[in-house]
Design a protein around this ligand. Structure first.
Ligand SMILES: Nc1ncnc2c1ncn2[C@@H]1O[C@H](COP(=O)(O)OP(=O)(O)OP(=O)(O)O)[C@@H](O)[C@H]1O
Ligand SMILES: [Mg+2]
Length: 349
């Protein structure tokens, strides 16, 4: 091939553990409409198109920063979300939940991997295509609301329609406003609203266009338990009655129990996937994950660092293990901590 020329097509392989995917991406040449060819190929090859899958991530990687500052927010995630289902995503802070949602919604670019949506690969779309997609097909409820400060609550709710030049469905608008308890606050600007009210405006704005797919990043994070139950009940109804697909991040196991499925995220990976979750099971999964992470952190930390963290200086070379600690010997200060560490080491041998 001559230098500076690009091949007509590029091929890549991916797999999600169960099956392999074969991707062909076309480079533009006069006379060829790459977008159309791409769509045709994906419609044939994309199993998600026929199996009722709303959106699918294949080997999705997202890194932030470079070199020693690089953060691996998504470490090759393979997941699909079924159409007309309500899925909750749980996991510790910083585990990559928001990054997954932002990347799937095309708000943030992926480092590598594929996102299949409606027979196309989102990672190949340009800004204009992504904007149109988000405007008409994907709703997003942001963790930090992202309301426009100079506009009233009503103007914020209607903003996606205003931008698209579409007329609002007044009955739907009224139902949203009524259900979310915003009727008395429609003429207020965001800085005149409480955190919970701003969150409800953000929810109404995401649902006003009746998007088929909604990503909700902690939509009940600022709500009291009654408002929270109302919002979750409303989201569940919009899945059951409107056939919407909702993917919701939450730290609340009770909120997750409204979903049809819950996945647990940890350190950029899925570590559990539960159908028909209930609060008890989710709490147990989260506790188990927290314990596992703590154990990994402890066993990965050298003995001298551990002892220094505990305030002990000049520590002998002690092995740090997973073995349960013996009962602490009641002494005072650093000496006790060091004695305790020695006893633990003896116990472990
Ligand atoms: N723009 C960014 N630049 C650099 N690092 C980032 C950026 N956004 C997120 N990260 C890092 O990526 C990792 C995942 O962040 P993310 O916001 O997805 O976590 P999260 O699971 O949503 O956490 P939380 O529950 O606190 O909202 C974190 O380590 C975070 O510091
Ligand atoms: Mg987040």
């Amino acid at each position: 091939m001559r230098a500076g020329t690009r091949p007509l097509a590029q091929f890549s392989l991916a797999h999600d553990g169960a099956r392999r995917y074969f991707f062909i991406s076309w480079n533009h040449r006069p006379g060829i409409r790459p977008g159309q060819i791409w769509r045709d190929i994906m419609n044939v090859q994309n199993p998600s198109a026929s199996r009722g899958i709303a959106i699918q991530a294949i080997d999705l990687v997202k890194n932030y920063g470079t070199g020693s500052n690089m953060v691996h927010a998504l470490r090759g995630v393979n997941v699909s979300f079924e159409r007309g289902k309500f899925t909750a995503i749980m996991g510790p802070s910083g585990s990559g939940k928001s990054t997954l949602m932002h990347t799937l919604a095309g708000l943030d670019s992926a480092t590598s991997g594929h996102i299949l949506f409606g027979g196309a690969d989102l990672t190949r779309m340009n800004d204009k295509q992504l904007t149109l997609l988000r405007r008409h097909k994907i709703g997003f409820i942001f963790q930090s609301f992202n309301l426009l400060p100079v506009f009233t609550a009503e103007q914020n709710i209607l903003m996606p329609l205003t931008l698209a030049g579409d007329k609002p469905d007044r009955a739907w608008f009224d139902l949203l406003v009524e259900t979310l308890g915003l009727k008395q606050r429609l003429n207020h600007r965001p800085n005149e609203l409480s955190g919970g009210q701003q969150q409800r405006v953000a929810i109404a704005r995401a649902l006003i266009t009746k998007p088929k797919l909604v990503f909700a990043d902690e939509p009940t994070g600022n709500l009291d338990s009654v408002s929270s139950a109302e919002v979750l009940g409303f989201l569940k109804r919009s899945v059951n009655e409107l056939g919407q697909t909702i993917v919701m991040v939450t730290h609340d196991a009770v909120a997750a129990s409204y979903a049809d499925r819950a996945i647990v995220f940890s350190d950029g990976r899925i570590v559990a996937d539960e159908q028909h979750p209930n609060a008890e099971v989710m709490n147990e999964l989260l506790m188990a994950e927290r314990e596992r992470t703590t154990r990994t952190t402890l066993t990965d930390t050298p003995a001298d660092q551990m002892a220094q963290m505990a305030g002990v200086r000049n520590v002998p070379d002690l092995p740090i293990t997973d073995a349960p600690l013996p009962p602490a010997v009641p002494t005072s200060g650093c000496e006790g901590t060091l004695r305790h560490a020695r006893a633990a080491a003896r116990h472990a041998r």
